[in-house]
Structures are given as structure tokens and as C-alpha cells.
Write a protein that binds this ligand. Sequence first.
Ligand SMILES: [Zn+2]
Length: 343
Amino acid sequence: MKAALIHGYGEAFNTLVYEDVQTPAAGPGELLIRVHASGVNHCDTDLRKGLFGVDSPMPHVMGVDAAGAVADVGAGVTAFREGDRVAPHFMLSCGVCADCRNGAENLCAHAGVLGVTHWGGYAEYVRVRQDHVVRIPDGLSYDDAVAGQIPFATAWEALVEEIALRAGETVLITAAGGGVGSAAVQVAKLAGARVIAAAGSEEKLEKARALGADAGIDYTRQEIGAEARRLTDGRGVDAALEMTGGAILLGAIDALAPGARLATIGAHGGERVEVDFIEFFRKHISVHGCGRSTRAHVERVLGLMAAGRLRPVIHRVFPLSEAPEAHALMESRNFFGRMIMRP
Ligand SMILES: [Zn+2]
């Protein structure tokens, strides 16, 4: 099969080479999936450079997400057959630990990661265990299934499952111009909340408004806490989804109303911050760390996408042979929405 693979780590985009590699075979309990679309993620560029913190065996096929049709099934596979439309879930959970058996496989401490510990979606075929895939509903394209799977499921896990966002509440969403942020704006609107989007430019806020945000805070020129209070008659927000860290995390904490819940799913902009915890117990504020979804919630958001209630944003579709160009665009940060590759 053709794949965009790496033989070692490297800063250069052409560390990714498009070439022939042995097509994997479906072993017992496994599916061989003909990939129709795969996504380019921030973690992919880190992995290419060797900055991911996990040593992948070389040569390596990255790609944490993919969507395609079952091309072959291994011995003992009963739930799927050739032609079924499926998408692997990036967490290759063990299936037997207490968390997995409890339906919380996103907490599995023994999970591999698709495209990191195992060959992933940057190829014509990907092999996964039958319990590691979700079905793609009829009417949802492979491109949209890949584009929406991780951002919407991550936003769903944080807003709906972790902090239980309710109709009528006001939620602050930071990095609202990003992949998860723009997905979160839509999920929060679907939950019936009023959305205050925060982003680093008026252009990004405009895009967040187009997806349903009710108000915007440009944190390059406005103070998040003060502006959030101004927009809520002085009360602050009932909930917040924060994914930047650093000063923006502190601003989001400052914006919280008494009894508010904060979900935190990332900290690229500052992993260590000095926080005054008195505010947390004085105001009954809770913090929820999250970031990984379960397969059940991936299926939920895929269904909402198929029904047209959540709309993934695709910036550009590349042929897989142009994986280096896709990585260059990812690193330029000059895009809005997901990047998709087709083998
Ligand atoms: Zn497990």
C-alpha cells in the first residue's frame, strides 16, 4: 500500500515520505480498513519532530484519526463485515481493565494511541481491533466523519459530560477560533447555552459568531474577566471551557460566577500558573480536567453531524502524497478548520 511515513524523526517537512509499504493483514479480532480520509492534527507535527514523548517503532505511519470501509476481517470478527463504514477511535484501550469494563475506556491506563504506538491513518489501509472502531452513520461523508470526530467528541466530553452544561447557562469558550473551540461553540449552542467566545483576533471571533457564538472577547485587547462580567450583568459565567493555559486560563478563572464549573483540556500557552485557590472554595468553583472522549460519545456526535445539527469545518483537503505540504500548513497556523488527507 501507499503510505506517508517516517523512517526517523526530523524537523524538515520531507521527513514524511510517500512510498510503498507492506499492507497490514487483519489478525484475529481485527479489521483491515480501506482509508478514505484521515486528519492532520497538531500532535502529528510534534510526532514527526520526535517531540511527542513516545518512541514509535520505525518506519512509522502516523495519523490519529481515519475513516473508511472495512476491506477485510480477521478470524472471530462477528460485529463487522466487508464494506461497513467505520472510523477507528484513537484510544486503543485495553478492553479488560476496570475503567474499560466500566464504559470509561477514555481513562484506560493501558491504552495505545492510533498513529503513535500503532500505525495510523496516513495510509491506504489501517488495521485495528474490532472493538476500537465506531460506525459512521449513513449520509455522513468520510471527510466530515474525520473532520468532526475528535473536535466534537472532545468538546462534547468536556461541556456535556464533565461540566454538564445546561440550557440557559452562559459559557465562556477560549481559543474559540481553533478546532476544538469552534466545535465547542456549536456543542454549547446545541445544549441551549449562551456562548461567549474568546479568541486572539477579531477575525477569529467573527468566525466563532458565524458558528453561533453570542458575544466575543478579543483577549489581545480586552481583559477576559472584566469583559465576561460586563456581558453577564456583573455575575460572571456559569461554565468555561479553557484550552490555552497561562494568562488566558487565569482570565477564564477570573470570569467564573459563584458555583461555576471550569473544564480544562490544554495548556500549550503556559502549563504552570500561579493560582489563588481561595477563590475556588469561596465561590464553590470546580475544575474538571478532560480531553479524551469515549467511543459512545464519538458515536453520539457522529449521529448529530449526520443529522446536520453539528457542522464540521474543513479548511482544505490534500492528497496523501502531499502530507509534507499539509504539515507545513499546520505549522504555519494559517488556517481555520480541519485539514483532511485522502489516499
Ligand atoms: Zn483498559
